[in-house]
Design a binder for this molecule. Structure first.
Ligand code: PRP
Ligand code: URA
Length: 209
C-alpha cells in the first residue's frame, strides 16, 4: 500500500492556515500556495538518491554530494495545480512541466479531460502530480491513470488538502503512488467540497467565481 505523508512542518502548517482563511485575497493566496508548494517540494524529494562528485573549493578539492541524475516531471492538474508549479520549480529548476486539463462536472463530480501536453519521455521521469485539492479523488485518479497509460512508471501525488475519501480512492486504484499532503480534513459535503478545506482552489487562485 502506498504511503500517505502528512507534511506537518510548522511553516507549512502556519501558511496553510492563512490559505484557508476566507479573508485572504487572491494575491496573498497565490503567494502562499507558491511558498507552501516550495516547502512541500523539499519533503517530496527527500528520497532522491545522491552521488559523489568532486568539487574544487577555493582552498581544497573534496568529494561532495549531488543528486544522482534524476529527471523530474511536474504534472499540474489544470487549473488549480498551476498555482503550485512555480514554487516547486524554485527548488527543482530543471524539472519539465506537463499539463493535464481536467475539471469536475458539477453534477456528477466526475472528471472531464480537456487538455494534455506531456514531456515526451514521461516513462523515464519521476513524476509529481500536483493539485491543491484531493476531494473525491476522481481527478487525481484519472490523471494518474492517464500518465500510466502513456508509460509513466514513477509517480507521486502532492496536494495541499485531502479528504479521507480522496485518499482512499487514489489508494484503491493506484497503490504504488505515495501521497504527500499538508492536511487531511474531515469529510466532503454534498457538493464534493472538502470540509473545512479552503473553498474552491481554482476560483481563489484566479479570482473567478
Ligand atoms: C478541483 C481541484 C481538483 C479537483 C478535486 O478542480 O483543483 O482538480 O477539483 O476534486 P476531486 O478530487 O473530487 O476530483 P476543479 O474541477 O474545480 O477545476 P479547476 O481547477 O479548473 O477549478
Ligand atoms: N475542489 C476545490 O477546489 N475545493 C474543494 O473543496 C473540492 C474540490
Amino acid at each position: 500500500m502506498a504511503k500517505v505523508h502528512i507534511l506537518d512542518h510548522p511553516l507549512i502548517q502556519h501558511k496553510l492556515s492563512l490559505i484557508r482563511d476566507e479573508n485572504t485575497g487572491a494575491k496573498d493566496f497565490r503567494e502562499l500556495v507558491e511558498e507552501v508548494s516550495m516547502l512541500m517540494a523539499y519533503e517530496v524529494t527527500r528520497d532522491f538518491p545522491l552521488q559523489d562528485v568532486e568539487v574544487k573549493t577555493p582552498v581544497a578539492t573534496m568529494t561532495a554530494k549531488a543528486i544522482a541524475g534524476r529527471k523530474v516531471g511536474l504534472i499540474p492538474i489544470l487549473r488549480a495545480g498551476l498555482g503550485m508549479v512555480d514554487g516547486m520549480l524554485r527548488l527543482i529548476p530543471t524539472a519539465k512541466v506537463g499539463h493535464v486539463g481536467l475539471y469536475r462536472d458539477p453534477e456528477t463530480l466526475k472528471p472531464v479531460e480537456y487538455y494534455c501536453k506531456l514531456p515526451t519521455d514521461v516513462e523515464e521521469r519521476d513524476l509529481i502530480v500536483i493539485d491543491p485539492m484531493l476531494a473525491t479523488g476522481g481527478s487525481a485518479t484519472a490523471a494518474i491513470t492517464f500518465l500510466k497509460d502513456r508509460g509513466a512508471k514513477s509517480i507521486k501525488l502532492m496536494c495541499l488538502i485531502a479528504a479521507p475519501e480522496g485518499i482512499k480512492e487514489v489508494q484503491n486504484y493506484h497503490d504504488d503512488v505515495d501521497i504527500f499532503v499538508a492536511a487531511v480534513d474531515d469529510y466532503l459535503n454534498d457538493h464534493g467540497y472538502i470540509i473545512p478545506g479552503l473553498g474552491d482552489a481554482g476560483d481563489r487562485l484566479f479570482g473567478t467565481k
